[in-house]
Write a protein that binds this ligand. Structure first.
Ligand code: ADP
Ligand code: MG
Length: 736
């Protein structure tokens, strides 16, 4: 590494850690096992904590059971053998005020290593030994030698960073810190790609200072500033990628302007219509209910997108039961009003079929203009298209899609497979697909255009009932516009949720099931989640059904639904349940999303703590869909404190967004983000809860930089982003 121009991060990403002093084959391998291959990787391994050597009360603060790193001076040591014949070295350490014993077993050399006078960091768990605090076999980093010479004077500041690698892979925190410091020194000043005005305005420190400040801070206060800048950069890169992607979509768009008037959205049931009225108006005027304020607002947002020549790219978020379907139908009808077709994709075939049945009911009686038929009008046609539609039926469905004889097609995301052609696909609605990543969404648009003979981009509406906190949404759905249904239809019954912790309470739960069934209602029983094995999960559901049918629920008609059943079997069971021939449905988590049986009023969830909070909320949403009071009973004794917190949260709140925030706190963002989305793996320091305001700032900076000229005048930023995307994507995003 030479001391020339300020260095770019991408250059550091091209330098192997093997080039560092003291990194030989063995260290190289150890670092690689931690995923550290380049100097950039190394610099983004951040300290897990810091020890402030200016603070003297370390030892006094420690409590038993705590994992801690203490900085202390050895005052005495002795070696002996335990009764079992193990070697034991006992070291007495002091931080000036307090003393503590540290024991090393089977490490006889510690006696010579840890001579009195040595100052070191001891990292381990504090235990209780005969009423006294002690540590056994901690990780040791020697900082100051026995005669007072510092191990590396230049490196021993008052604040000592502790790196996560300690103990693992045979790399101590001290070594890690050494490599990092060496990298920083040899790299010299780092190029700052963020415009100085932005840094000034937001009060952010320079890039060089941020890396030095996080790794080699001179004060604890400075760490906060350094961290804030690094977090800003992580968010900025991610938001730039999202904004660029969006800009690309817009630049290459060939969208459709759908005819939809605000006038037609504000009609109430019973409003006047005539045969010339648009379908949207006829539908809303003839519907069972008046839209909620939230539904009207959201439809206004969607209508503006639909009218615009740019394809809609919108996320509709609404809690379970908030009424997303009617919004989706209105949007689909707007496309049909313009002479085009719509596609609705559900996550499973069962849900697709359920949608077909209920949507046919909802749209009954509507007619569309069609020159090809006698009289010029025909009934609006809705077609199911899943893997189960085969042979002649499929052939004729495909033909009708290609010549425009089908208006709405409903299926799974396999809908846009090779053999499906639309005459003119105007809109795609994706229901309950929060697991779709940003790339899949982009792909979908390309496919939509490719499969439409008209060759235009369909508008896209993604719907999800999984409440995602606003910050997380900015990261996960940052490429989409967002609408939120934040109001439930009136008259909705709250779902009384309880956690049955005693045998008595559990019996009461089964009694509740019997009572509801006796009153003509239906019940779900959800079997425990078996992580990683759908087979075991299914067989335990089979057993549970038998048990319940012969014991607690004897005499009732108890059905079974699990993931290993064929889709035909599943549908048959769902139909029987809907009709009431099955009164109690024992199911695995396959019913998590969307299943809608208004007569179901009780759901019993076994071993509830095994489920995530969002999932529990979804499951609970299977009941309370009609007009009758509904119940959710949670069973099981959690084996983790988090499990108990989840159940308590569910009992005390029915607000999906509040629960999502709690979930984010409990699980961290990792589970939400996964590694699916580019740039997200870059979020190492950032914490969505804690750093919300920094995220907002980064997002608005990213949007304005990209809006200006697509980063054409910011080659340094473009260069840096290349660290996080592959070549193909870089070509796509950065070509001018
Ligand atoms: P989700 O958002 O969970 O998909 P749905 O669209 O399935 O919700 O709606 C849930 C239930 O609420 C359905 O039975 C639907 O008919 C009813 N519903 C939706 N909107 C309204 C409204 N504005 N007034 C009364 N009932 C409504
Ligand atoms: Mg729904």
């Amino acid at each position: 590494m030479s001391e020339a121009a300020p260095r770019r991060l991408r250059q550091l990403g091209e330098i192997s850690v093997g080039q560092l002093r003291l990194v030989g084959a063995k260290r190289l391998e150890a670092l690689a096992s931690l995923g550290i291959e380049t100097v950039f990787d190394l610099l983004t391994v951040y300290p897990r904590r810091y020890i402030d050597r200016t603070r003297r009360a370390e030892l006094a603060d420690l409590s038993v059971g705590e994992e801690a790193a203490i900085f202390a001076t050895v005052t005495a040591n002795s070696s002996r053998r335990t009764r079992q014949g193990k070697s034991m070295v006992e070291v007495l350490v002091s931080d000036g005020d307090e003393a503590m014993k540290i024991a090393f077993f089977n490490q006889p050399w510690r006696g010579a290593q840890l001579a009195p006078g040595i100052q070191a960091i001891f990292f381990g768990k504090v235990s209780d030994f005969r009423g006294q605090r002690q540590m056994a076999n901690p990780v040791v980093d020697i900082i100051v030698g026995p005669s007072g010479e510092e191990r590396d004077a230049s490196r021993v500041g008052f604040i000592v960073p502790i790196y996560p690698a300690s103990g693992k892979a045979g790399l101590t925190s001290w070594e890690m810190g050494g490599f990092i410091e060496q990298s920083l020194r040899r790299a010299g000043p780092l190029l700052d790609p963020v415009p100085q005005e932005v840094l000034d305005e937001l009060g952010l420190v320079s890039r060089t200072d941020s890396f030095w400040g996080i790794h080699l801070p001179s004060t604890m206060e400075y760490i906060i500033e350094a961290r804030r800048r690094l977090v800003f950069d992580e968010f900025l890169r991610l938001q730039l990628l999202l904004a660029l992607r969006r800009r690309r979509l817009v630049a290459t768009a060939a969208g459709v302007q759908h005819p939809i008037a605000d006038d037609d959205l504000s009609v109430s049931p019973g409003a006047l219509v005539n045969p010339d009225s648009r379908l949207v108006r006829q539908f809303l005027a003839g519907h069972r209910f008046t839209l909620t304020g939230a539904q009207q607002r959201v439809l206004g947002e969607i209508a503006a997108d639909l009218r615009s020549p740019l394809p809609m790219h919108r996320l509709l978020q609404g809690d379970v039961g908030s009424g997303k379907t009617v919004v989706a139908l209105t949007a689909l009808l707007a496309a049909i009003d313009g002479g085009r077709q719509g596609a609705l994709m559900a996550p499973t075939e069962v849900l697709a079929e359920q949608h077909v049945a209920s949507i046919r009911r909802d749209l009954e009686g509507l007619v569309v203009r069609d020159e090809a038929v006698l009289g010029g009008v025909r009934p609006l046609r809705i077609q199911l298209l899943t893997g189960r539609i085969k042979g002649k039926e499929r052939t004729s469905a495909l033909a009708a899609l290609a010549d425009g004889g089908i208006d709405i097609v409903i299926g799974t995301h396999a809908l846009l497979t090779d053999d499906v052609r639309f005459a003119a696909l105007g809109i795609v609605v994706i229901d309950e697909q929060h697991r779709f990543g940003v790339e899949q969404r982009a792909q979908l648009r390309d496919k939509g255009r490719a499969h439409s003979l008209e060759g235009r981009d369909p508008d896209l509406l993604v719907m999800t009932a999984t409440p995602i906190p606003r910050t997380a949404a900015m990261v996960v759905f940052g490429d989409l516009d967002r609408s939120v249904l934040d109001e439930l239809p009136r008259g909705r019954q709250a779902i009384a949720t309880s956690w049955a912790r005693t045998a008595q309470a559990e019996q009461a739960a089964w009694q509740r099931v019997r009572e509801e069934v006796a009153a003509g209602k239906r019940a779900y029983v959800i079997c425990p989640l078996v992580e990683g094995s759908e087979k075991i999960e299914a067989s335990s559901a089979v057993e549970e059904r038998t048990r319940l049918a012969t014991q607690e629920l004897r005499g009732l008609s108890v059905g079974l639904l699990h993931g290993q059943m064929k889709s035909g079997e599943k549908d048959a069971v769902m139909d029987e349940f809907r009709r009431g021939e099955i009164q109690v449905l024992v199911a695995t988590v396959v019913i998590e999303v969307g299943v809608d049986v208004p007569e179901a009023t009780v759901i019993v969830i076994e071993d509830a703590w095994r489920f995530g909070l969002a999932q529990l909320h979804q499951l609970r949403g299977r009941v309370g869909r009609g007009h009758d009071p509904s119940y959710c009973v949670l069973l099981g004794e959690p084996s983790t404190p988090d499990g108990a917190t989840r159940l308590e949260a569910l009992v005390s709140s029915s607000d999906g967004f509040a629960l999502a925030e709690i979930d984010l706190d409990l699980r961290g963002e990792g589970t939400l983000l996964g590694s699916r989305q580019r740039g997200q793996s870059d979020l190492r320091l950032a914490n969505l809860r804690r750093d919300e305001s920094t995220l907002q700032q980064a997002r608005s900076v990213a949007l304005s930089l990209v809006e200006l000229d697509g980063l054409a005048s910011r080659p340094d930023l473009v260069d840096e982003l290349k660290l996080f995307v592959d070549e193909e994507e870089a070509d796509y995003l950065f070509k001018s």
